[in-house]
Design a protein around this ligand. Structure first.
Ligand SMILES: [Fe+2]
Length: 271
């Protein structure tokens, strides 16, 4: 589903989809996270439940999942793809040196900082109409949220809830953005053999994240194009009726009524 909201175009999830996605995320945590930290992780999600549910995954129309509920939708896709990409590496002879829990934990939390800090959302609706219409900015960064990189904020939130992480999870979360993040360069480009990354977890997470983002970006683009085609067809129909000069045969079908019907069809219940 797509809706023109806040003056920009965005794909939109229904309330039911948002709720279902959140429930799936909690189920994923229940299934994959073990030990003492499980309750701590669940508490973090419970404390910020509404914000987790509603957070978008990005701010701009042409990025990925710039819609309410886009964050959890993205996370679920990255978890699913991470497990599939891991399988692909494994089937092709790569020895996997991390657990599924480490992979899923990292996938779930690689973008955690996008939810915001302890008090504030990271993304809020863009209130500048010009920027919404001309730059496709559906959301903007919340000035109340003190600057941190998304990844740093993820670690801040995890430590706030006393959630311990393994070294592989740290490397995985830290490097999921791959070389798209300038700060990752010193990890990915090693000039000494002893500095080379030892696990494959970050490559798998990066591939899954990139694939998910690309798929989501394309889903949005396809939805917008579909909506635009439908709108174009409706305008064309109106033009054809008006140009045909069809004479109404009854009092009810007078031109004003036809135009009103077509206007209603095009613009919904706007009066
Ligand atoms: Fe991501």
């Amino acid at each position: 589903m797509i809706k023109k909201t806040l003056g920009g175009k965005m794909r939109e999830l229904t309330a039911e989809q948002i709720q279902k996605n959140y429930d799936s995320l909690i189920n994923t945590i229940q299934l994959h996270i073990t030990g003492d930290r499980k309750e701590k992780v669940l508490k973090m999600y419970e404390d910020m439940k509404d914000r987790f549910m509603m957070a978008p995954a990005s701010a701009k129309e042409h990025y990925h999942n710039a819609m309410y509920g886009g964050y959890v939708d993205h996370i679920l896709r990255v978890v699913d793809l991470s497990l599939k990409v891991k399988e692909l590496w494994e089937k092709n002879g790569c020895k996997i040196d991390f657990t599924d829990e480490e992979l899923v934990f990292s996938a779930i939390h690689h973008d955690l900082g996008k939810v915001g800090d302890l008090q504030h959302d990271y993304y809020i609706p863009q209130d500048n109409e010009w920027r919404r219409k001309n730059m496709g900015e559906i959301f903007k960064h919340n000035e109340k949220c003190e600057y941190m990189s998304v990844t740093d904020r993820a670690f801040f939130l995890l430590q706030h809830y006393n959630i311990p992480i393994t070294k592989k999870e740290f490397i995985g979360i830290r490097l999921t953005d791959g070389m798209y993040e300038e700060a990752n360069k010193s990890y990915y480009i090693a000039y000494k053999s002893e500095f080379q990354l030892r696990s494959t977890i970050q490559y798998i997470l990066h591939q899954a994240d990139m694939m998910a983002s690309q798929i989501e970006g394309r889903l949005t683009k396809e939805s917008i194009e579909k909506e635009e085609t439908e709108t174009f067809e409706k305008i064309k129909n109106i033009k054809e009726v008006l140009d045909s000069g069809d004479k109404p045969t009854t009092q009810q079908e007078k031109p004003g009524k036809i135009s009103t019907d077509l206007f209603d069809e095009l613009f919904g219940d706007k009066k």
